[in-house]
Design a protein around this ligand. Structure first.
Ligand code: K1U
Ligand code: ZN
Length: 166
C-alpha cells in the first residue's frame, strides 16, 4: 500500500471530469487500498480518485468512529434525492478551510462495490453530505465553488500563498 499525493486547490487537475470504470480489476482494487491508506493518514472521512490525480469514477468513504467501515463507490449515480440541509464541510484538497454548503438531505445512490457488484444505498446526515461532496469531485467540482466569488477568491489566494511558502 502507498500514501498518494493529494492535489491542492486551485490545481486545475481538480476540474477534470472522471470517466466511468469499465472493469473492476486488480489495479482498481490496488488503487482503492492506496486511497484508503491516504484517507486514513490525512485524516479524512472521504476521498475521490480525482483528488489523487486518477480521473476515474471511484470514491471511498468511512464516517465510522473506529475508522473500520470503508465504503467503496464505483460509477456512483444519485437515483433519488429530497430535502435540503446545511452542513459545514471540509476538504483534503483545501486544507484548513471549513464552509457551510447546502445539499440534498436524503439521497439514494446506486454504484458498484470493490467486487464489481451493483448495490444501492439510502443515506442522510454526514454520509449523504460526504457522498455528494465526493461525487462533485468526480465532476471536477470543488466545494468552494458553492461559495460567493469573493469568498472563493480569498480562499484561492490563501492557498496560493501557502503553496509559495512551502
Ligand atoms: O473530499 C475530501 O477532501 C474529504 C473530506 C470529506 C468531507 C468532510 C466533511 C464534509 C464533507 C466532506 C474530509 O474528510 S475533510 C476532513 C474531515 O472532515 C475530518 C477529518 C478527520 C476527522 C473527522 C473529519
Ligand atoms: Zn473534498
Amino acid at each position: 500500500m502507498a500514501i498518494l499525493e493529494i492535489l491542492n486547490y486551485p490545481d486545475p487537475r481538480l476540474h477534470t471530469v472522471a470517466k466511468p470504470i469499465k472493469e473492476v480489476d486488480a489495479s482498481i482494487r490496488r488503487l482503492i487500498d492506496d486511497m484508503a491508506q491516504t484517507m486514513y493518514a490525512a485524516p479524512g472521512i472521504g476521498l475521490a480518485a480525482t483528488q489523487v490525480n486518477q480521473h476515474i469514477q471511484l470514491l471511498i468513504i468511512d464516517t465510522s468512529e473506529e475508522k473500520n467501515q470503508l465504503q467503496v463507490f464505483i460509477n456512483p449515480k444519485i437515483i433519488e434525492k429530497d430535502g435540503e440541509r446545511e452542513f459545514e464541510e471540509g476538504c483534503l484538497s483545501v486544507p484548513g478551510v471549513y464552509e457551510t454548503v447546502t445539499r440534498a438531505a436524503h439521497i439514494k445512490v446506486e454504484a458498484l462495490d470493490k467486487n464489481g457488484q451493483t448495490f444501492s444505498l439510502e443515506a442522510e446526515g454526514l454520509l449523504a453530505v460526504c457522498i455528494q461532496h465526493e461525487m462533485d469531485h468526480l465532476l471536477g467540482k470543488v466545494f468552494v465553488e458553492y461559495l460567493s466569488p469573493l469568498k472563493r477568491n480569498r480562499i484561492k489566494n490563501k492557498m496560493l500563498k501557502l503553496r509559495r511558502a512551502m
